[in-house]
Design a protein around this ligand. Structure first.
Ligand SMILES: [Zn+2]
Length: 413
């Protein structure tokens, strides 16, 4: 019944917002947000390559954690409970050392701003000023250029200061339940600070894949045959590793990662859906390029890519389990391709493989479905169409049925 709840919220929101706007107009100059929350209303860059200043206007003073990341060069600003009401396209501005910036939810209740920096740099100063006279509260970050060696030394220093990382927890993690119904985990790609691909009309991948995942969840639940979980069901970022971890902790029998790709149209007027499975060797260059793009999600959000050295050992241990899982993933992928061949249009080589990080759970059959291309106008229309979503969700739901029918017929595996 969550759907009707959401619908009700949608209807209520404008009324509520109006009431609050009227109220706050008379009572206080603070924006109408729940206690605790601050609103970032605007941001700008000042200075030049010798010293670049980033300023964000806030509805009130907040505590922030500001740190640097390398490869690519970024400044990360984390704060609790900040919502963003910035003017559209503001992050595309470039000045001095800053080439772009973005912002959004990073985890429930945790907000993040990411500044892309053109080269090695130092955070000279960062502070938050309280509101004064007619000036709002402000976050100020001053950046100066440096050489690569100094940058790396500072990075190491910073790492020692914050030895423990807060990336370890999975939101809403619950122990696997003793249930006979197979558990399906749906993974809408990107989210929060990472919008994913964007169409010429501004349609965001993170939004279409979330809307589709919700529809698919409804379809699967309606069969009464599955328990369905989603790695995210709001506009929150989740690192790739956490998505895999979530599927494993839920004891998923199947993991479906949902995306919508973008190709510059002058290169390839691609359209239709594509199903991917994991492989260290990409089936073709295009698949490899796509995996690199999707894997970059972590870097976009400012998650440090983990050191792979200890993963080598783990990889040997999980190799056998993974091989078997890969076979199952391919069976699932074929099942989707079969359904889509009948019900939706597929991209030329429908079943492909590449090194997607999000498909790396050794024991959970996993597929990645690119629903269509946001670079293609027809696809964009479909991806945002309720009728198409419903048809596509039915086709995937049927594919899931076929997959588990085959699995159960051949059990024990
Ligand atoms: Zn994607």
């Amino acid at each position: 019944m969550r759907i009707s709840g959401q619908l009700r919220m949608l209807v209520l929101t404008p009324v509520l917002a109006l009431a609050l706007a009227v109220l706050t107009h008379f009572v206080t100059s603070q924006p109408a947000f729940a206690e605790g929350g601050a609103v970032a209303q605007d941001a700008r860059l000042a200075g030049d390559r010798e010293r670049t200043r980033f300023i964000a206007d806030l509805s009130k003073k907040v505590d922030v954690n500001v740190f640097a990341l390398g490869n690519p060069y970024r400044v990360i600003v984390d704060a609790a409970d900040v919502s963003f009401q910035m003017p559209d396209g503001i992050g595309n501005k470039q000045r001095g050392l800053v080439t772009a910036f973005r912002y959004g939810l990073f985890a429930p209740g945790k907000s993040r701003i990411v500044l892309d920096i053109g080269g090695p740099f130092l955070i000279d100063r960062s502070f938050v000023l309280g509101a004064r006279d007619d000036q709002p509260a402000r976050l100020v970050i001053d950046l100066v250029p440096t050489d690569e060696k100094t940058f790396l030394a500072k990075l190491r220093e910073q790492r020692n200061e914050t030895a423990e990382s807060d990336m370890g927890s999975v939101p809403n993690a619950t122990p696997p339940s003793n249930t006979e119904k197979p558990i399906v985990v749906l993974d809408p790609g990107h989210g929060g600070v990472d919008p994913g691909a964007k169409s010429a009309n501004g349609v965001l991948e993170k939004e279409v894949v979330l809307a589709f995942a919700k529809r698919l969840r409804k379809k699967l639940e309606a069969t009464g045959r599955y328990h369905v979980h989603m790695t995210r069901d709001d506009d929150t970022f989740l690192p790739l590793k956490e998505r895999v971890k979530y599927a494993r902790e839920k004891n998923a029998g199947l993991f479906i990662s949902l995306h919508a790709d973008y190709f510059p149209t002058e290169i390839d007027d691609a359209r239709g859906a594509t199903v991917f499975t994991l492989s260290e060797e990409a089936s073709d260059e295009e698949a490899q390029a796509l995996a690199a793009k999707e894997n970059f999600s972590d870097a976009i959000a400012g998650v440090e890519l983990p050191d792979d050295s200890d993963e080598v050992v783990t990889n040997i241990l999980i190799d056998l389990a993974q091989r078997e899982t890969n076979n199952r993933s391919v069976v699932m992928a074929r099942s989707i391709v079969g359904e889509l061949a009948a019900k939706g249009r597929l991209h030329t080589r429908q079943l492909r493989s590449a090194g997607f990080r999000v498909l790396k759970a050794p024991d959970v059959p996993s597929v990645l479905l690119e629903l269509g291309f946001l670079s293609n106008e027809e696809d964009e229309k479909q991806l945002t169409s309720d009728v198409w979503r419903d048809r596509m969700a039915s086709a995937i739901s049927d594919a899931v049925d076929n997959y588990f029918k085959k699995r159960l017929a051949r059990a024990p595996f």
